[in-house]
Design a binder for this molecule. Sequence first.
Ligand code: URA
Length: 201
Amino acid sequence: MKKQRLDNINQLHRKKLEEHFREEILLVFGGGDIESKIVLVGEAPGRTEVEQGKPFVGQAGKNLEEFINILGISREDLYITNVVKFRPVRYNPDTGRESNRTPNKDEIRISTDFIEQELSIINPELVVSLGNIALKCILKDDKATIGILHGSPIDVKFAGTEFVLFPLYHPASIIYNRALKDVYLQDLHKLRNFMKKIKLI
Ligand code: URA
């Protein structure tokens, strides 16, 4: 039932994106346990995710997995998705190479009603946002920043779906800023205590 509903909205989303961008697009939809009470929401897939058709399987995914283990759960126990389902790229004409970039406002806007429907179908109790893009999208507040809101739960009603949002830094930010790792670990311990309190672990 949930699976069927997810498949339906995935198809509609693909159609809408292809009409909007007027080309075929490689998409990475959410995956994992669709009955999970815990959802992780990232930003957008990177190259490895598009190659494998699964969210968070590249370097950011390796970091994420290490952190999930600290919570005493495994990624199979979660549903994992991204705000934007395609890989936003920057093209370098000198090298001919494409690199990842942050999704722009138009890309986030066209993806938002889809993640709203996706979360309403999964109906989680806890959503862990990873980084600024997911935080701003779920709070519907462009001024929200992870530097201020990380590590504390927030009650949210997201397009009619109620859950607790727990904002974390994006796992990729640790790759570029090792100093954040201690903060990240503290936030994970807070998250673990919170999950125990609401009896999710
Ligand atoms: N970063 C994200 O935000 N999502 C992925 O799936 C991979 C890297």
